[in-house]
Design a protein around this ligand. Structure first.
Ligand SMILES: [Zn+2]
Ligand SMILES: [Zn+2]
Length: 670
């Protein structure tokens, strides 16, 4: 008599089935519609193959295409396998290594056959065709459990040295699984945890596209072999793919690196990897943004400080950063290097110092100077703090991901009884800043305690609940704000609220954050004197609204497609002449605008007006004031506004009033 298993379904019903039954069997027993729609299963919460037998009593939820996140993950993983199989069939001798799913698709790393050289974009059409043949063949994807010895032997026999190396190193006790595509001698195997769709034919052959090829080191280590990485984007339908390709095209047009060069805002070069060279126009945007933030912070009761760039390594040990952050810190020996012909030589015996990767410990050191009373709290200490983090070169991206950056950082020292109110006030300030900067939509998430953490359970319970309460009190713990909790995603010392902006083309960017930290005040022994005359620990709120100036300006450029709000635009108006007869008048117009506080230039070059218009449009100058003989005689200007077809002729005074209105930062408008 076979043993019976109890399978509970989401509707609360329980089915008794014999051992060996699969989720697919249950779907079929429920009905032919579900049997067709079910593509995978969640068994006790874990995503699994639809054809994998239950191992005991279980909770079952069938997964269909409507469970989009799961369906996409499965499809992308399948695309990666099919990519690998297609490449090996087309290019015998290629070794396979690894290929995960990504945010919009998948990639796979290959070691090309000796003498062949890396793959190139020219190979992609043939590989795509090969993938479509495999999808058309509708091969079953079957999960198999192998012994380590058999697996290593199989890879070695096939000349798959990377796979053999990996199989030998998988942790003891881990079940080693292989997915078999196709049958007989023609079967193709990959070592993989799964899960997968039941067969290759479940994929839509029109829902993927191979996008590019790049180099990648085996296991991400420069000391290892260079592999060829083929990227693709993969979706559930052609419609989804097409929408994604349109988004990519739109994103490419808005790319801050492209616009940054066209608008002459900044550049990067290898002599300072990941550190931005701000040009005058780019730095004007920065200055406007910084001045705006400073006014907002002043009005919200913050004090501003400036702290050292370099501190003794022992200070970083005390704060815990040396332990957790060392790999990302730039260290400096505290000595004069010996200069020899080969360059500076250091003894290695001097004390070590480090460039600050964050501002928090320095702010605690200021807090600890003198005596702080409970009446002095909350103390809101802000710094536009320049920090350095040693990110690997491969992780850098334009001005969005850099090694030197300036945070709009602040630490708020509060008493326990002030915490919820203070976090709510922060939420209100951040909301107002985002709207001022042209973002109408953002999401709020609460990142909860991670697996590895400092502090007691009681501390985490309290800290999480306070942040939850603060968002609720602010009226934003709602669907409209994308409110959700993210288990396991908090910092090791504190839970945090994350604020994710949605940009004009629907992408999201995590920028703002507030973390409620009871660990660092303890480690660095910060205290205040309470009403009772005793010493108490303050709670420290780490918070930022923009995140960093570099990344936020990158986001602003992409969100506005370079057409920054007039108050942030580096050049707000250009006075352009049609004929040289108007030169004197143009200069007078420029002077008037300048004294009204407008950032203005004059373009008196002997060029056709259409040429001038094109050039200043490319620079995204918001307003072009065109002047000719007639305008000079009548004291008018013809205004051409970026993105508008028609020009408006108006008296100079009226034009100045219009520009001054638009150029006034939102917090200074009446
Ligand atoms: Zn796989
Ligand atoms: Zn901090």
């Amino acid at each position: 008599m076979s043993e019976m298993l109890k399978i509970s379904l989401p509707d609360g019903s329980v089915r008794e089935v014999p051992r060996g039954t699969t989720p697919a069997d249950i779907a079929a027993a429920i009905g032919p519609g579900l049997a067709k729609a079910a593509i995978a299963a969640r068994v006790d919460g874990e995503l699994r193959d639809i054809g994998r037998p239950f191992e005991g009593d279980a909770q079952l939820a069938l997964v269909t295409q409507r469970d989009e996140a799961d369906a996409l993950e499965l499809a992308r993983h399948d695309f990666a396998h099919i990519l690998a199989e297609a490449v090996q069939k087309l290019f015998p001798g290629t070794q396979i290594t690894f290929g995960p799913s990504t945010d919009d698709g998948f990639y796979y790393d290959f070691a090309p056959a000796p003498g062949r050289g890396p793959f190139t974009d020219e190979d992609l059409p043939a590989i795509e065709a090969g993938m479509r043949r495999l999808i058309a063949a509708d091969q079953p994807l079957v999960r198999e459990v192998w012994s380590r010895a058999d697996l290593i032997a199989r890879w070695q026999a096939q000349g798959e040295s990377f796979k053999a190396e990996w199989a030998a190193e998988l942790p003891e006790g881990e079940e080693l699984t292989v997915y078999r595509a196709g049958a007989g001698d023609n079967a193709w195997l990959d070592m993989c945890r799964g899960p997968h769709l039941a067969s290759t034919g479940k994929l839509d052959p029109a829902a993927f596209k191979l996008t590019r090829v790049s180099g990648a080191y085996w296991r991400g280590d420069q000391a290892n072999a260079m592999l060829s990485r083929i990227y693709g984007t993969g979706w559930l339908s052609k419609k989804q793919l097409d929408a994604h390709l349109v988004r990519l095209e739109e994103a490419a047009k808005r790319d801050h690196r492209k616009l940054g060069a066209e608008m002459d805002l900044f550049h990067l070069q290898a002599e300072a990897h990941g550190s931005v060279f701000w040009h005058p126009k780019g730095y004007m945007v920065w200055r406007q943004l910084e001045a705006y933030m400073r006014r907002r912070l002043d009005a919200a009761g913050y004090v501003e400080v400036k702290t050292p760039q370099v501190m003794d390594a022992r200070q970083w040990e005390k704060s815990g950063h040396w332990g957790k952050y060392r790999e990302n810190m730039f260290v400096i020996p505290d000595e004069v290097p010996n200069t020899e012909d080969e360059g500076p030589v250091i003894s290695g015996e001097a004390d070590w110092m480090a460039l600050k990767p964050m501002n928090c410990p320095a702010h605690v050191l200021i807090f600890k100077q003198g005596i702080t009373s409970y009446r002095d709290l909350p103390l809101r200490m802000a710094e536009f703090g320049c920090c350095h983090r040693n990110e690997p070169h491969g992780a850098l991206h334009g001005i969005m991901r850099v090694r030197q950056f300036t945070q709009d950082d602040a630490h708020i020292f509060v008493r326990e009884d002030q915490l919820v109110d203070e976090v709510r006030a922060f939420c209100d300030l951040l909301d107002s800043v985002y709207h001022d900067l042209g973002f109408d939509s953002y999401a709020i998430k609460l990142a909860l305690r991670p697996e590895k953490r400092f502090g007691s359970e009681a501390m985490w319970d309290q800290a999480e609940q306070e942040l939850r309460d603060a968002v609720a009190v602010s009226g934003r713990a709602t669907e409209a704000y994308g409110w959700e909790e993210l288990p396991g995603e908090g910092a090791f010392y504190a839970p945090k609220l994350e604020f994710h902006l949605t940009d004009a083309i629907g992408r999201t960017w995590q920028v703002g954050t507030i973390q409620s930290d009871r660990v660092l005040p303890e480690r660095l022994d910060a205290h205040y004197i309470g009403e009772d005359g005793e010493k108490h620990r303050p709670v420290m709120l780490h918070r930022a609204i923009l995140g960093t100036f570099e990344r936020f300006i990158g986001i602003l450029i992409e969100h506005h497609a370079g057409k920054l709000p007039v108050w942030l635009a580096p050049v707000q108006a250009v006075v352009a002449t049609i004929v040289s007869d108007a030169d004197d008048y143009a200069e007078r117009v420029k002077t008037r605008l300048k004294s009204a506080g407008i950032r203005v230039e004059a373009d008196l070059r002997n060029e056709k007006i259409n040429y001038k218009v094109r050039e200043h449009s490319l620079q995204k100058v918001p307003h072009l004031l065109v002047v000719g003989k007639r305008e000079a005689e009548e004291g008018t200007v013809a205004i051409r506004t970026l993105g508008e077809q028609h020009q408006r002729v108006m008296p100079l005074d009226e034009a100045i009033a219009l520009l001054v209105g638009e150029a006034t930062p939102p917090d200074l408008r009446a």
